[in-house]
Design a protein. Structure first.
Length: 291
């Protein structure tokens, strides 16, 4: 069966608004016959209008810059998506209209999907829908797990994707989407992505482990090598699975599947919330730009 993969539009990163500045000076008068004590009065008359003009300009510029900063860093709370027979998923709309890919994040064991979704919205909404389903196990206080169940994970992912599509119709892409998984979520992502390269043909795997693949993995990678568009592997150098991540990359390279591997200095088994744009913007841009 020949897969149909939607073509992604080229996305432009919004440029920062340019600042404005004003300046001025007082021209000294020469040959004036008035006494010296009159000069300061003339200077005040000239400086006051300039000062007022500067104050007005700053009043316009500073609120604009402040609003831009708030819009870029404060993402607010995620929206709730009702998913049939499953826990609600969390999501954020893309910043641009039209048909957009889904960036689905699968949390780690004991992760908080709501908080994780808020972090990924900082970097992901410029590319598409940021969607965060919840694993089947409720661990309390908003934390969830996947129970290492690939069938349950796959069912939740499919139900979530179709619930979003039913709600927003033609704005949600059903093929050629981005799958992001961390830790236990990486295990689910690597299994589901391996077996469904039509829906999920671009992966960002955080803390990938070669032990998450077994059995017919080599055969599937070979048979679908032209369907997997791009894979990005990101693991902290202090994570115990760093060497395993490199081996996952080697498996992909054997089949000439486009892959990039980054072992990040100073990072452990974590997703640093204060470095989302720094760490993940370029990987996501590379993934969605594949034709």
């Amino acid at each position: 069966m020949t897969p149909v993969v939607a073509t992604l539009e080229k996305l432009d990163t919004p440029a920062l608004p340019a600042g404005r500045g004003t300046g001025g000076g007082v021209i000294a008068r020469k040959g004036c016959s008035k006494p010296d004590h009159d000069y300061p009065r003339a200077g005040v008359r000239r400086i006051v209008p300039i000062f007022l003009a500067l104050a007005a300009a700053l009043a316009c510029v500073l609120p604009a810059r402040s609003a831009w900063a708030k819009g870029s860093s404060g993402v607010g709370d995620p929206l709730h998506l009702e998913v049939a027979d499953q826990a609600d998923a969390y999501y954020y709309k893309p910043r641009v209209k039209g048909l957009r890919p889904v960036l689905m994040f699968l949390h780690g064991r004991g992760g908080n999907p709501l908080e994780d979704c808020r972090k990924w919205a900082k970097v992901g909404t410029q590319f598409g829908w940021v969607v965060c389903p919840q694993g089947p196990e409720d661990r309390g206080d908003g934390t969830r797990a996947w129970n290492n169940s690939v069938p349950a994970g796959k069912a939740i992912m499919e139900a979530t994707l179709h619930a979003l599509r039913d709600k927003y119709k033609g704005r949600v892409q059903l093929r050629g989407n981005v799958l992001i998984g961390f830790s236990e979520g990486a295990f689910i992502a690597m299994q589901v992505g391996l077996h469904d390269p039509v829906t999920w043909n671009r992966w960002l795997i955080l803390a990938a482990n070669d032990q998450y693949w077994w059995g017919d993995t080599e055969q599937l990678l070979h048979e679908n090598r032209h369907r997997y568009k791009r894979v990005y592997l990101f693991t902290g150098e202090n994570d115990e699975v760093a060497e395993s991540t490199v081996r996952v990359g080697d498996e992909l390279k054997k089949e000439r599947i486009p892959v990039k591997i980054r072992i990040a200095p100073g990072v452990g088994h974590e997703i640093p919330g204060d470095r989302m744009v720094t760490n993940y913007r370029r990987p996501l841009l590379w993934l969605v730009s594949a034709k």
